[in-house]
Structure formats: C-alpha cells, structure tokens
Write a protein that binds this ligand. Structure first.
Ligand code: ADP
Length: 543
C-alpha cells in the first residue's frame, strides 16, 4: 500500500521560490570581480533567475544540457545555480584553480554548450576557447561598461544584456526529482578529475541534512558567508541551505584575503562562515597582528582538510568562535560528518574536548559509514582500529559522469571514500590518512595526518607534510617535510625531540627536511604524489 501524501518532486527551484516568498526582503550581498559591493534581496534574485532561464531557453539550452561556470561566489553565480538547474539543465561549476590541461579536459568531457565566466578569467577563457570547440557561446558575467573592446572569443555575450533582453515571466518546470541538476569534477588529488553528477533530489536531501542543529545549524537569524567556493563542491551546499532557511547570504567574490573577509564579517554582521584550514590560519594571523576581535561571528565550519588542534584552540580561546570540524568530499555532496559534542562529553576538560573536536565527527542523517579491513571485514568502533572508510546514502555518488568504468562501489553498494579512518565507541570518525598516503612501518600503520597536526602545533612551523619513504628494515618510515615560519630557527633534532611523549616512539618521523614551500593541488590540498616524486630515492641517514 502506498502512502497518500502529495507526490511533489523535490526541485532546486523550489528553494529559491520559498526564499522569495517567505524571506523576500532578506539580502544577498556580493563583492564583485569588477570591484564594489552588490546588494539585493531573495525576491530580486528569484526574478533575475527567471530572466536567466528565459535567456537560456532562447539560446537553445534544453533538459540535461551542460552549462559551465568559471566564477567566484557572487549573486550572478547564485542566479546561474538556480536559472540553469531550475530549467532542467545541468549547472557545471568549473574550478579555475585547476591546471590548464585539466580545465580543457573537463570542459570537453562535460560537453558544455555555454560557458559563463567572471571578468577575472577573461584571459584564461581566451586561451581555453580554441581547445574547447563544443562551447557555442561565452558569456561574461558583467555589465556593458566592463565588456572588453576586443577579444579573440568567437561569440562573447554580456550577462547583464542577456538578462535585460528577457522578462521574468517564467514558470519553473516540473520534472522527476532524480533529474540531474549540477556537475562538479573532483580536483584529482590522486587521479584525473572525475565528474560527480548531482540530482535535484540529492541536493534537497543534502540541504535538509546540512541545516540540522548538529550540522550547520542554519536559521533565518543567521548571516552566512561561504568562503568555500561555489566552483568546488557547491560551496558545501550553502547556496542551497541559505535560501532554504532564509539566511542572509554574504558572497566574498574574489576577495579571499583575510582583510577583505574580516571587513565583510564586521560590516554585514556575519554569524556563520565556512572554509578550509589554510584560510582560517591566514585570518588568525591577521587578527592577531591587528589585535582584532569579531563582533558577530559565532560559528565556523572547517573542512576539506584536517583541522589541527592548534586552530580549534586559538579560535575558541582567543576569538570566542566555535569551530565545527566537518568531513566530506565531492562524491558526498559534500557533507558526511560534522563534529559536535555529545552531552556526556560536556563535563570533560577543555583539552579533552578539543581532542574530540579534532576528529572529523559523527555521521549526519542520510550518511551511513563503516570502516573495513583489506578483506572487506567491518572493523570495531574502538577508536583504535584503522580501516578503509565506506559510506552510503541518498546524496552519495553511485558512479561518475561519462565514466568508461563503473564507480568505486563495493559489491554491496558502499562507496569507497579512499580515506582511512577510525571510529570511536561514541561514533566519532577520525581520518588518519588517504589510503594512497598511508605509511606502513613494520606492518603497522602510522597516521601522517596526526604527525602533520602535531608539527603545525609547533610555533616555529608554518606547514608540514609527512610521507612514507622506503626503508630496508621497516619497509617504510615517515619523513617529515616542513616549511619553517620566517625568522624561526628550529633545528631538525629539536623538531624530532618535540614528538617525544606525544606519539608512540616508532611513530616519530625518521628524518626531517626543510623546504621553502610544499606542493599543493588546485584546491590547496597537499599534493603528496608530487612530494613523493620530489623525495624519490631519498635515503635516511644511519642513526
Ligand atoms: P579531491 O581533493 O579529490 O578533489 P574533494 O575536494 O572532494 O576531493 O576532497 C575530499 C577529500 O578531502 C576527502 O576524501 C579527504 O581525504 C579530504 N578531507 C575532506 N575533509 C577533511 C577533513 N576534515 N579532514 C581530513 N581530510 C579531509
């Protein structure tokens, strides 16, 4: 017997319709690539998204067509999220930080028909165009005044002209909620970029889950600033959760430096923000130097890479901001776990609480997870056993877009994350490594992330990476590669001695190397494949 409830499909356009109707005057504020701030309301954003949908229809875009964006977090990118997906096409967000060959590869692989881009990327797009013959039109996301006088682009259009030529008289179409809505390629930390194709249903379910109190805890009283880019993993879903909950949305545009962010936090009364650890370290240094405090900011989501305890502690104790550590990936929409304490942990000492908050956290509703050994056997939740982390749920990818081979699912339908983790008895998951970065010494695993977190907790160290290097006796031993802070004097021996008593003796890195900088991926993560190449053939000195 079926239930007797209305069978209304979950659609992305419904989010903006809701915000425009019930939070009509709530603002979206954006810093623009052309300079200056733009400010309007959900009601106005809705009308312009409909104008855009009319323009796309006239340009011949239809169901399932891919429309690319190369853009910062701004109101225009927000309109594209809704205009493109709302009409039944696929909003393909492209990460401008990817390497040129990767950009060419994914634009061609996705078969984007149109490509919308910010002024910042004009010269990049001029170089891309000759290698992307399937793109029919290029649309510069600006007004007439900022259009270039000359360009090599074959069919360059002006975003504001395009909108002005169309009315907002448009009904969002109804379609199956499993219809594809958006496409994002993983940045390929370990491989070629792979396309994750989200649906309207998965996006809406993810938005409900991300909004929960132990998730982002969004409300109509919040003012949200996503530092995480809309060009990678949908800015962790914030462009959807904000209108769902009626939050004021503050878009930083290209201004991702600490001073520009701080200005927006204070000026717009931001209560909640989200980004990767590197951004927060930069903000912390800036605020310490200028002796600043926040007036309204209360909560910060940190994810994308492991959050060192030193960062958690500094924001909590010096700036009174709660950091919530979260884990996820493009394939999980992206939120998988968020770290908030359980009631029995509230009586622990601050340091014991920080130790828990350093973990990646508990599964949000909609995500099931488990850890397994090499034979696929489930491992206990004892906080000690390490294993491959598998997840499943309605907003987790089952295969990649246009892939020659099936996705990374196990026979029983779990997605292999490529991360290695522990789960403790209270259900808190902790990532110890990516499976390709695991260090196996004398048959036992050593967590490179834990060793890196400890290193950056040292006042003389700016950044750290630990890789496994072949060793005649132990098969592999950890090598610590660090960037020292300017003017700091620490020696290799001092750094190794610093690990004494903090980890098991055999975890202490075998050697330390100082470098000027570490290699990063396009999204700012440590690129260990490159580091391993750089240190190929490395030989440990006899100790
Ligand atoms: P890629 O880097 O391949 O493009 P994503 O951007 O989707 O993929 O990043 C996902 C990966 O980032 C995860 O599989 C995990 O290795 C890492 N990651 C994300 N959040 C965290 C976190 N809080 N702690 C440690 N690692 C994290």
């Amino acid at each position: 017997m079926l239930g007797l409830m209305m069978n209304e499909p979950l659609r992305i356009a419904g989010l903006l319709e809701h915000a425009a109707k019930w939070h009509a005057e709530t603002e979206i504020v954006s810093r623009l690539a052309e300079g200056g701030l733009h400010r309007y309301t959900y009601a106005a954003a809705h009308l312009r998204s409909k104008q855009l949908a009319n323009a796309l229809s006239e340009l011949g875009v239809s169901n399932g067509d891919r429309v690319g964006t190369l853009a910062w977090n701004t109101h225009r990118h927000f309109e594209l999220y809704y205009g493109i997906s709302g009409m039944g096409a696929v909003c393909h967000t492209i990460n401008p930080r990817l390497f040129f060959e990767q950009l060419v590869y994914i634009i061609n692989h996705a078969e984007d028909r149109l490509l919308f881009f910010d002024l910042t990327f004009l010269s990049l797009v001029e170089k891309l165009a000759p290698q992307c013959p399937k793109v029919e039109s290029w649309v510069l996301m600006t007004g007439r005044a900022h259009m270039p006088e000359a360009t090599t682009l074959p069919d360059l259009r002006c975003y504001e002209d395009l909108l002005a030529a169309h009315t907002s008289d448009y009904e969002w179409p109804m379609f199956d909620e499993n219809t594809a809505s958006s496409l994002c390629y993983t940045s390929g930390t370990t491989d070629q970029p792979k396309g994750v194709l989200y649906s309207h249903r998965s996006t809406l379910l993810h938005s409900y889950a991300a909004s929960l109190p132990d998730g982002f805890n969004c409300s109509a009283r919040d003012v949200v600033l996503p530092v995480v880019p809309m060009f990678h993993v949908n800015a962790w879903g914030i462009p959807y959760t904000a209108p769902m909950n009626g939050c004021k949305l503050v878009m930083p545009g290209p201004g991702l430096d600490a001073a520009s962010l701080y200005e927006l936090y204070e000026q717009e009364g931001v209560t909640f923000t989200a980004g990767v650890p590197t951004i927060w370290f930069g903000l912390l240094t800036f605020m310490r130097e200028k002796k600043l405090q926040f007036t309204t900011l209360k909560k910060m989501i940190v994810g994308g890479a492991s959050c060192p305890p030193a960062l958690l502690k500094a924001f909590d104790e010096e700036l009174s901001v709660e950091i919530r550590h979260a884990w996820g990936m493009s394939e999980t929409s992206p939120l998988g776990t968020v770290c908030t304490l359980k009631p029995q942990q509230l009586n622990l000492s601050p340091d014991e609480q920080f130790a828990i908050q350093t973990k990646q956290g508990r599964a949000i509703f909609g995500v099931d997870m488990k850890i397994v050994d090499d034979a696929g056997q489930e491992l206990p939740h004892d906080g000690v056993a390490f294993g491959d982390l598998l997840v499943r749920g309605p907003f987790i990818a089952r295969e990649y877009f246009g892939a020659d081979q099936p996705g990374g699912l196990t026979a029983s339908g779990w997605f292999r994350t490529g991360d290695v983790a522990t789960i403790d008895p209270a259900g808190f998951m902790q990532i110890t490594d990516r499976s390709k970065d695991v260090i196996k010494s004398g048959g036992e695993w050593i967590s490179s992330i834990e060793l890196e977190n400890l290193a950056v907790g040292h006042p003389a160290i700016a950044e750290a990476a630990v890789i496994g290097v072949p060793h005649p006796k132990w098969s592999e031993r950890p090598l610590l590669v660090v960037v020292r802070k300017p003017d700091s004097e620490i020696s290799k021996q001092e750094l190794l001695a610093y690990y004494e008593g903090k980890v098991a003796r055999w975890w202490i890195p075998e050697a330390v190397e100082f470098v000027e900088q570490l290699p990063h991926t396009a999204t700012g993560k440590l690129l260990k494949t490159k580091l391993r190449q750089d240190f190929a053939g490395y030989e440990f000195e006899k100790r």
